[in-house]
Design a protein around this ligand. Structure first.
Ligand code: MRU
Length: 346
């Protein structure tokens, strides 16, 4: 594993506190459900697959808390699932993982409390291991999209820090590098919380991949001047028609890529595809607190009390997406038939 974003060690959920990177590398232990929920809400752990995996372990912690307090383990665990489901609304991987944990709980609900707890831990570990395998497969499936000498632009962080292994969008880059290709990356800083400059630049440097940070507002000029071969991003939720919710700014980048005839790729696991939503307009978009913008850099960066609009994600229409890479393969528009085939063959 390139970076231990999430680990189950000594019977505890251990996370890298991503709010402190790149200044400090600190790993924190989450011993109760509230700490896990707070870690997700405040983006100590973030990125769609990582949120799902962390929440799955959060459910195990909920079961353990119920067991220790002598209360009913089934209802205690269900309460934990409800609390974790209220943390962040957009990344569907969270609900996908919680549903899986809830199903496992229903299957074993009539067993002894300790057996219930152990079954839940088994399920969370399987979600974790699955995510690791899926990242590698997305990398293998997507690496062929890059030339032997490629320059890629990415937005936000869809790498090792966002998953249990080496990412989705960045998995494509890591796998291409492993296959002997030369890849240079431009990373949008990704305002307001700087996942690109703080996290993507940090992990690519750790891995020895050539990375250049730019402000988001420089993307158009970079696409015109720097021979960008492709834009690759991750996703938080993909609707059944291929519309993609991802970090705010992704939609603008997709429009810029189209204007400059640069392919725009999305890499994500099947657990990010929400077949219950026909179109992207139906994806719930999280709005976050104004101070992420007004006090963005640890100092006042806008007048106090000013109106702020702070959506954390936007939706890119599928017509701007050149291809979607998953662990099942690479699909192009129209996406619906490919998605159906992937889910049927699961
Ligand atoms: O708010 P964040 O940092 O959780 O947003 C993360 C993203 O938008 C990522 O691009 C997405 O979750 C894919 S991570 C493999």
């Amino acid at each position: 594993m390139p970076v231990p974003t999430i680990a189950w060690e000594d019977n505890a959920l251990r996370l890298i506190d991503q709010t402190l990177l790149p200044e400090q590398y600190v790993r924190i232990d989450c011993g109760d459900v509230e700490t896990v929920a707070e870690a997700i809400e405040s983006l100590r752990v973030r990125g769609a697959p990582a949120i799902g995996v962390a929440a799955a372990f959060g459910v195990v912690i909920g079961a353990r808390e119920a067991l220790a307090s002598g209360s009913d383990i089934v209802s205690g665990t269900r309460k934990a699932i409800e609390r974790l489901a209220r943390t962040r609304p957009t990344a569907v991987n969270l609900f996908w993982a919680l549903d899986r944990m809830g199903r496992r709980l229903s299957e074993v609900a009539d067993r002894q409390p300790a057996q219930i707890r152990d079954s839940l831990l088994e399920e969370a570990q399987e979600i974790f291991e699955e995510d690791r395998r899926v990242c590698r497969q997305i990398g293998r499936n997507g690496a062929g999209l890059l030339n032997a000498n490629a320059t890629v632009l990415t937005h936000c962080n869809a790498g090792a820090l966002a998953t249990a292994d080496y990412g989705t969008a960045l998995a494509v880059i890591y796998a291409a590098v492993e296959a002997g290709k030369q890849v240079a990356v431009f990373a949008d800083e990704t305002r307001p919380l700087l996942q690109g400059s703080r996290l993507t630049a940090w992990e690519l440097r750790q891995s020895g991949v050539d990375v250049t940070v730019i402000c988001d507002s420089m993307a158009a000029s970079v696409l015109r001047q720097k021979n960008i071969d492709s834009v690759i991003v991750g996703a938080d939720r993909i609707a059944a028609n291929g519309d993609v919710a991802n970090k705010i700014g992704t939609y603008g980048l997709a429009i810029l890529a189209r204007e400059h005839n640069v392919p725009f790729y999305v890499a994500a696991p099947l657990s990010t595809i929400d077949m219950s939503l026909p179109r992207g307009e139906e994806i719930p978009i999280e709005e976050r607190k104004p101070d992420e913008i007004t006090r963005g850099m640890g100092r006042q960066t806008a007048p106090g009390g000013v109106n702020v609009y702070n959506p954390a994600f936007d939706v890119t229409p599928s017509r701007l997406v050149s291809a979607i890479v998953t662990e099942k393969g690479v699909a192009q528009s129209p996406y619906q038939p490919a998605f159906h085939a992937w889910f049927q063959g699961k």
